[in-house]
Design a protein around this ligand. Structure first.
Ligand code: COA
Length: 436
């Protein structure tokens, strides 16, 4: 009897910008109690893109790190999709820059998907179906975003930047990270909860309304999933529940809301369940911030790294929400591959900056988007590619040596921007996951 092919995330890797600012410092600078960001939102550190870093360098950086481990598969990649809402061009897709930078075959299908924080999930679902029809080909799905809200707005502490690259193929005969279910529940509805008009660099958001839209979509997509699966399937069978994480406490809200929908209304019981099945996945999100379409997959990476010893056969549910809106609820099963990306070390190696430097770095990054000029100064970073500027309306990227463990970076800035300042020393390498 022929067995039905199953699609899987075979392996994944992550890229983050070189700098971060702490929420403690951000709160003090904004006149807010740090506890609001820590206890109220669950945020501790926020990744900040500086000059030379953009969605392309992050996406290509994550893909490069992943392919370093699988050089023999590069020639077999037939699909490269980037899910992002931070595209750098109205027509040219982020994915074609990645295709060139990581040297993918010319026989590859290449494109970008945009739907707020949902784009990468649409890409993953499509890649899974594509891979199931092609036993000897692989897909590269990259979730990458730079989350920008207006300075001093309530969205500001929920910014972040990063990328997660996933290698997708058939599960048979090889170790995988996650085998994906071929059933998923979906919910779509036109709403204005979060959007970014073409004339704006920063997103607009109706914060409280976006939380309501997220929770409503969660129940609708969840119910659609279990309607298709029949009564035998149940949330109780899940060892872990992963959620889209615009800020870590959103995942807690989501889980408690879902449990209440399933009849668990005692707060104590719901919070104990959250501690057991959700909280373990949030440590990296607390340290990176919102990375829109990559947030759910960062939570997956964090959970996989943390639970690597007992990962095989674990049942995982995933909920993806994209404002605007579309959402999807699906399940997956842990495989026997062990993670090889050391996310915690990657985060520990970033450089902390103060609030004034965070502002200067992001201003300079935006300035590079608006000027038709090349910045020839060396920018060292944690990803192997650097955006050096725009000439004749064409973006230029260069490869660089990955300078991990360097304590200080010197950022080239136009005169008078006040960006040259002493940066904080390399954060001490901690030994535990961030469970605050
Ligand atoms: N100590 C502890 N907790 C505190 C606190 C303090 N001193 N001050 C406030 N809080 C808590 C609040 O009670 C609230 O918790 P709750 O949601 O469980 O009630 C939380 O901190 C946030 O406070 P709130 O007043 O709601 O914050 P805000 O008005 O600044 O907005 C967001 C929060 C999330 C709406 C805002 O950051 C935002 O718009 N983010 C971008 C959009 C987004 O991420 N949407 C999510 C769905 S996609």
């Amino acid at each position: 009897m022929l067995t039905k092919p199953e699609g899987a995330i075979l392996d994944l890797d992550i890229a983050v910008p070189r700098h971060y600012v702490t929420h403690e410092n951000l709160a003090i600078a904004r006149g807010v109690e740090p506890e609001k960001y820590h206890a109220g939102l669950g945020c501790w550190e926020m990744s900040v893109c500086g000059p030379g870093e953009d969605v392309v360098t992050l996406a290509a950086g994550a893909a490069w790190r992943l392919l370093q481990r699988h050089p023999h598969l590069r020639e077999k990649i037939g699909l490269c999709v980037v899910g992002t809402e931070s595209g750098v061009d109205g027509a040219k897709p982020t994915a074609i820059y990645v295709h060139q930078l990581v040297n993918l075959p010319s026989t590859c299908r290449v494109f970008e998907i945009k739907h707020a924080c949902y784009g990468a999930t649409a890409a993953l679902q499509m890649a899974q179906a594509w891979a199931c029809m092609r036993p000897d080909r692989y897909a590269l799905v990259i979730a990458a975003d730079v989350a920008r809200y207006k300075r001093y707005s309530s969205g500001e502490p929920t910014q972040g930047a990063g990328a997660v690259a996933m290698l997708v193929g058939q599960a048979q005969d090889q170790p995988v990270c996650l085998t994906l279910s071929d059933v998923s529940g979906t919910h779509a509805e036109e709403v204005y909860d979060f959007w970014r008009p073409n004339y704006q660099a920063a997103a607009l958001v109706k914060g409280k309304f976006s939380v309501e839209c997220y929770l409503k979509s969660l129940l609708a997509a969840h119910d659609d999933f279990y309607r298709q699966m029949g009564k035998s399937a149940s949330l109780d069978a899940m060892d872990y529940a992963l959620y889209h994480v615009p800020f870590p406490h959103m995942a807690r809200k989501a889980h408690v809301h879902l449990l209440s929908h399933k009849g668990i209304v005692q707060e104590e019981e719901a919070l104990a369940d959250y501690q057991r099945r959700v909280k373990l996945s949030l440590w990296a999100n607390r340290r990176v911030g919102n990375i829109y379409s990559a947030s759910l997959y960062l939570a997956l990476a964090g959970l996989w790294e943390r639970e690597a010893d007992t990962w095989s056969k674990k049942q995982v549910s995933l909920f993806s929400y994209g404002s605007g809106s579309c959402s999807e609820y699906f399940t997956a099963c842990g495989g026997t591959r062990r993670p090889a990306f050391h996310l915690k070390t990657l985060l520990d190696q970033r450089v902390e900056v103060d609030v004034a430097t965070y502002e200067a770095l992001s201003d300079h990054a935006l300035l590079m988007e608006q000027n038709d000029s090349i910045h020839s100064e060396t920018i060292r970073g944690m990803v192997p590619f650097v955006f050096v500027g725009i000439r004749d309306h064409e973006r230029t990227y260069e490869q660089q040596t990955v300078a991990e463990k360097e304590p200080v970076t010197v950022v080239a800035a136009p005169a008078g921007m006040g960006i040259h300042r002493e940066l904080a020393p390399l954060a001490a390498l901690g030994s535990s996951f961030c469970d605050r």
